[in-house]
Every structure is written in C-alpha cells, then in structure tokens.
Design a protein around this ligand. Sequence first.
Ligand code: ZN
Length: 320
Amino acid sequence: MQFYERDEKALQGEKDALDKRDSAFGVNADMLYLLPGTTQVRLLPPYSDKGVFFKEISKHRIKNGKRWETYACPLEMASLPCALCELGAELTATLDEAKIEFVSENLRPRTAFLYNVICHGGPQNRKNETPEFGKVYCLESGLMVHKQILQLDQDPVDGWADITTVNNGVNLTIKRTGQGLGTEYSVNPHGSGRTDIFEQLVERGIDPAGLVLFDLDNVYTLPTEEKLELVTKMVKASVPKVQPVQAMPIPVAASLAATPLPAATSLPAAAPAAPIPTAMPLAQPIAAPVPVAAVAAAVGGAPAEEEVPAPPAIPAPPTE
Ligand SMILES: [Zn+2]
C-alpha cells in the first residue's frame, strides 16, 4: 500500500471551504435572535440612503436531518422563480390535508425583519454564548416585535418616536415569554429614557468610529437555482404519501358527513363522539376492498357529501 503523510493544514482548509460554501446560502452577518427571556438592544440608524432602519425579508426554513437551513425566497424578495414555492403551490393544489399541513410547516416562506443593533445584554444561546456589548449585531425578529417597534418609533402620542437616533435614541427591552404557538414578545423603552449610545460605548472603552452597520439588503444571499433545486428535491422526498386504503378516512352517510369518521380499522368500539340518530345504522368496517375510483376521488379532495356505497348495516351502539 502506498500512502502519504496527512497535511492537517490542507485538510482544515478543505473543511473551512466547505463551511464557507454552506454559510453562503445562509446569512452574512453576526446574527442576534430573540431567545426566551429579556434582550436589551439599541436600534441603530438607517443603513442606506433609503433612510429606513430595518429590512423586511422572506425566507424558507428547511429541515435537513437535524439541522434547520434557511433560504431567502427569490420569489418574495426578488420576483424570481422559487422551486420551493412552486412545490408548495403544487402540493396545495392537491387539496390533500396532510400535504397542505406539510406545506404550512415546511415550505411556506416566513416574513422576518432585520435591524442593526448594539446589544446591552441577553440570554445565553445554545453554544453558551451571551451577546457581546460593543459589537454591531443584525437582529432578526418576527412581525409581532416589528409592529411594536414601529409603534414606538412612529407614534409621537406615546411620547417616544424616533428611537434610533445615536445621541438621543431609546434602548429597548424585548421580553420573550411562552412557548410554541403561545410565544409572546413585548417591546418596551428602557427606564433610562433617551440616551446617547456613542457615549455609552465610549464609557465602556469602545470606539464607535470602528463600528460598521450591516448592509441589511445583503444579509441574506439569494440561493442559486441549482441549490434550490437540490433542496426542493430533498423536501419532496419527505412529502407525506397518499395513505393506504385501510387508513383512509371514508365519508359516511350524508347525515353524518359533517363529521367524517376515522377509517374503519381505527374506529374505536365505543360510540363515536358525534350524535347518531338511534335509527341510523352505524358505518362498519368495510371488509371488501374499496373501489380504487372512490379512493382516488377522496384523495383528490372529493367533497365530504360524496356518498360511499353503504356498508352492511349493524345495530347502532346505545347512545347517551
Ligand atoms: Zn420561495
């Protein structure tokens, strides 16, 4: 066997190049996300001659194994074709419930907002790092936080307005509570009122002249078409398949159509929750195979009213 010495430097270089290539599809800034707890930030002034201090973005979050990957949506952000959005539209058009749910969880682009901030303090992230004061971060928030920020920034009635000015702006306390769909954010001006952020930096030995704002228009790079095609292929592989016949929800007789019963095999022996007229025979497990045409119709989103050939009648269980 002929082999050669390892060149650790060359190997490291290969790995760095790979990491860099990956991150090119993500974000090009030091990001700050709002974690559970309290984060205190100072929003910095506009980053471009457009005179706006934030940037709205739209991104897909795609699960690749255990890792979430983020892709800016070319359709929403630049009116360019987006393979992920196309797949989403395709699946939605099937009217299949499982597919529609899949789209909403895995494919639909989400709106977010970016800001340049100085962070006065915040919770530890998963890597046990806390935000560093004196460094510019790109804060990413959702709509709930953004609305409250605009409210503070542009409503003179509440006495604040223009909260991003360097020498007379307002530090914000953003609190995240709850979990999942119950997650809430509250944005409040910090008790110290209007302050000079440059002065605060200098007091802590940081020269504001050395700080650079991120160009928020370019924090998210649009993925290449090839990359999006690859990702879409991967997502496509995890789209829920059409369920096997036995597990298909079969609409029962018309009067029960409003509450389609679960499929025959999973029907519990106990009475179903829906009230059943005592005279009405209850649908029973269908022993005979369901005609393929009927299944296809149901998969295609047939209306609930559609009748399925009546199964053999059996006495209804006692109702309460
Ligand atoms: Zn898209």
